[in-house]
Each structure stands twice: as structure tokens, then as C-alpha cells.
Design a protein around this ligand. Structure first.
Ligand code: GLP
Length: 256
């Protein structure tokens, strides 16, 4: 894991945006895994401003609520079109988001996995992290080998996400999410986390044991995982000074 600590969400985002932009320039037909939530909003804004060429890029989103109409303002379909896709030149047919209204959800999950394989696998997966360490919607105790499937949200996640809905009761209880096994097969993982409320989950994920109780901790086993943090999200890391030193003293050939 490479831990990149910057002072602010903006500066941490600009490191992440450079990583994504470099991939898209080097591999115009890259396959990108995308995330929702408030954390990647700055990244999507930065990528839009970079005016990259998305014509041959394919995207797979991590997750979607079950039962929310696609045009509901809080569906992840709406989120992605509003905050990224409608501002870039990606063809609609290159966009993949789980269908939370499919009549056969297990079949739709299996087909999603197949589409990822058919696309050649995910080159770079963007991730946020829940306050309980979830990635995608893989809640604590999720199998570390799991594939795309239905999950039930924890009360904590429904409380966290209530700010996007009118109330906690309006947050759907069930979701489709890529599995942890699916995420681990991405060739690169790039996690972003900002703010005090992520500090504990990040410390456990980066420096704690690998455990289903903090699903993000599995990234310790990934051969190419980067974690871009602002100072607040990094506040509980015991080795923060070391990570800063590593990043600041990278040989030129390792720098972006
Ligand atoms: N399914 C998403 C996750 O992919 C995201 O990482 C998390 C954190 O969201 P935020 O970035 O708003 O803190 O929220 C949701 O649960």
C-alpha cells in the first residue's frame, strides 16, 4: 500500500486525478472502476476540467441501491450522470452500473461480473471508504472473496447516507455491490478519504490486522493499492511521518 498524505482534500484529489489522467493517456481504452459518495466529487470535477478523451474508456460502478428508480436523485445512476458522465465524451454504451431494478438481481450480478471479464478486467478502481471501513457496499463481515451480489446495509451506513435522503428511513436497506474479490482483481486500486470521520477506519485499514470487520484492510494484500488522504483522515495513522517521507523522497522515476 502506498499512503499519500496531503494537507487538504483538494491537494489529495489532484494527486489522484494525475494518476487517473496518466492511465487514460497511456491506455485510451482503459477500464475504470468508479465510486460514488461525497469523496470522489472533487476528483470527478478535476477530471472534467482536464478535458480527457473518454471515447474508448469503459466504466464499471461499484454499487447501486436496490429498488430506487434509476432517475431518483439519490440513485447512483443519477449521481454518476450528474457528476461525471454528462460532462465528458464517454459513449453511453461504455457505462456500466448495476441495475437495482432488475427482475432477476442474482442473474444481473453474475452478468455484471461477466461484463467486467469481457472488458478485460478493471485497470484502475477508484474507492471511497465508509466510516466502518466498507468499500463499495461491502459491509463489515463481508467475505473477502465475495463477488457482485446483494448486500444488506448496516444501521451505521444507513445513518451515514441519510444526509443524501430526507431521513434514515428513506435509505434503501438493500444494495448491489461488486464483491471484495471483484475489487481485489482490479489491476490498481486508488482509495480516497477525507475528514476526521474517516480517520479511525483509515488507521484500521492501513495499520490494523486484515479483517472482515474492516473490509478496506484487504487492500494490504493488493499489489498496487494507493490511498490518498487529507491531513484529517490521516490523523490516527501511527506512521504518518514515514509515509510523508516516503512520498516526498521518491526517486524521480517513481514520481508522476
Ligand atoms: N457505497 C458508497 C461507498 O462507495 C462510499 O465510499 C461511501 C463513503 O461515502 P462518502 O464519500 O460520502 O463519505 O459511501 C457509500 O456507502
Amino acid at each position: 500500500m502506498e499512503i499519500i498524505i496531503q494537507a487538504t482534500p483538494e491537494s489529495a484529489t489532484s494527486v489522484a486525478a494525475r494518476i487517473v489522467a496518466r492511465l487514460l493517456r497511456e491506455k485510451p481504452n482503459a477500464v475504470l472502476g468508479l465510486a460514488t459518495g461525497s469523496t470522489p466529487l472533487l476528483l470527478y470535477r478535476a477530471l472534467i476540467d482536464m478535458k480527457l478523451d473518454w471515447r474508448r474508456v469503459t466504466t464499471f460502478n461499484l454499487d447501486e441501491y436496490i429498488g430506487l428508480p434509476q432517475d431518483h436523485p439519490q440513485s447512483y445512476h443519477s449521481f454518476m450522470w450528474e457528476n461525471l458522465f454528462r460532462h465528458i465524451n464517454i459513449p453511453k454504451e461504455n457505462v456500466n452500473i448495476p441495475d437495482g431494478n432488475a427482475s432477476d438481481i442474482p442473474g444481473c450480478c453474475a452478468a455484471y461480473e461477466q461484463r467486467i471479464r469481457d472488458a478485460g478486467g478493471i485497470d484502475l478502481q477508484i474507492l471511497g471508504i465508509g466510516t466502518d471501513g466498507h468499500i463499495g457496499f461491502n459491509e463489515p463481515t463481508s467475505s473477502l472473496a465475495s463477488r457482485t451480489r446483494i448486500k444488506t446495509l448496516t444501521p451505521q451506513t444507513r445513518k451515514d447516507n441519510a444526509r443524501f435522503f430526507g431521513s434514515e428511513a428513506e435509505v434503501p436497506g438493500h444494495v448491489i455491490t461488486m464483491g471484495i474479490g471483484t475489487i481485489m482483481e482490479a489491476r490498481q486500486n486508488l482509495m480516497l478519504a477525507f475528514g476526521n470521520n474517516k480517520a479511525r477506519a483509515i488507521a484500521e485499514a492501513v495499520e490494523g490486522p486484515i479483517t472482515t470487520i474492516n473490509p478496506a484492510s484487504i487492500l494490504q494484500m493488493h499489489p498496487d493499492a494507493k490511498v490518498c488522504l487529507d491531513a484529517e483522515a490521516a490523523a490516527q495513522l501511527k506512521r504518518a511521518e514515514y509515509y510523508r517521507w516516503v512520498y516526498d523522497n521518491k526517486p524521480d522515476w517513481q514520481h508522476l
